[in-house]
Design a protein around this ligand. Structure first.
Ligand SMILES: Cc1cc2nc3c(=O)[nH]c(=O)nc-3n(C[C@H](O)[C@H](O)[C@H](O)COP(=O)(O)OP(=O)(O)OC[C@H]3O[C@@H](n4cnc5c(N)ncnc54)[C@H](O)[C@@H]3O)c2cc1C
Length: 234
């Protein structure tokens, strides 16, 4: 529901709304917000990778992802937000203050379909929370994330197993160069699956490299666009 009449938004909220309040907020790197919330769980409970929505305005929804779920408190969820977009979703997130009461929308968790066991995960900053949630269970997956240049160091300190690439001028260019180089150097030869998240147009280019140069079948590649050049909300 990126954009819907307010009356439809009200109906969705009455069916899927979960009362929540902000427990803690931090800035792990420039351009990122980390939010810790207490939120009533949907049927089946919260899971890392759980998709949620917020009503950024009465007529506009935006999607985000649960990165962590509390071990001792299953109603405590963590969300990592990239703040580059500067649309109503980002404004909504930035406005939250510790103690703020709000509503998040969520249904039963439907995990991303992943294929294979030796996986490559690619995405940009807004996908880092999801990539981290998904890559937890994998068998030493390769994770590469394109982020603003000044966020590379703090994020690499926090997640030393992931490769953080400083974004170039156009979205996806840094990731594309890294991918082409890694394929050329035969660093990705034994992959049998990939998860590509984030910028829609970049995902298409990445998939082409994986199918054409690594001969990965399309069904082994999971894609999920999170935003697109020229579009507000997805
Ligand atoms: C299933 C799903 C899960 C998601 N999970 C997360 C998450 O956990 N954390 C997170 O931070 N984001 C997540 N996103 C992405 C987030 O919903 C978008 O970035 C959203 O568009 C931001 O909303 P906005 O209102 O601020 O900007 P919009 O109004 O949507 O867009 C305003 C402008 O910014 C551009 N834009 C949008 N997003 C980005 C971006 N990320 N980087 C640069 N430019 C952008 C648009 O093209 C547009 O020009 C998820 C998206 C989906 C579909």
């Amino acid at each position: 529901m990126p954009r819907a009449p307010a009356v439809i938004g009200d109906l969705v909220e009455s069916a899927m709304g979960r009362p929540a309040h902000l427990l803690d907020a931090g800035e792990p790197a420039p351009g990122f917000l980390e939010l810790d919330m207490h939120a009533e769980p949907p049927p089946g409970g919260w899971h890392p990778g759980h998709e949620i929505q917020i009503r950024a305005t009465p007529t506009q929804g935006r999607r985000y992802t649960v990165r962590t779920v509390g071990v001792t408190d299953p109603q405590r969820i963590g969300i990592l937000v990239a703040t580059e977009a500067e649309g109503p979703g980002t404004t909504w997130m930035r406005r939250l203050r510790v103690g703020s009461r709000t509503t998040v929308l969520a249904g039963r968790h439907r995990p991303l379909r992943e294929h294979g066991t030796r996986l490559l995960y690619l995405g940009d900053g807004c996908a880092l929370g999801t990539l981290d949630a998904c890559a937890q269970g994998g068998d030493a997956p390769i994770v590469a994330v394109e982020v603003p240049a000044d966020a590379v160091e703090p994020l690499a300190d926090r997640w030393p197993r992931y490769r953080f690439l400083p974004a170039a001028e156009a979205p996806g260019d840094a990731l594309q160069s890294w991918l082409e180089r890694a394929v050329g150097n035969d660093e990705l030869g034994n992959l049998d699956g990939a998860v590509l998240l984030g910028h829609a147009q970049s995902i298409q280019r990445q998939r082409r490299v994986l199918t054409d140069s690594l001969n990965l079948p399309r069904r082994a590649i999971t894609t999920r666009p999170y935003w697109a050049t020229g579009r507000a909300g997805l």
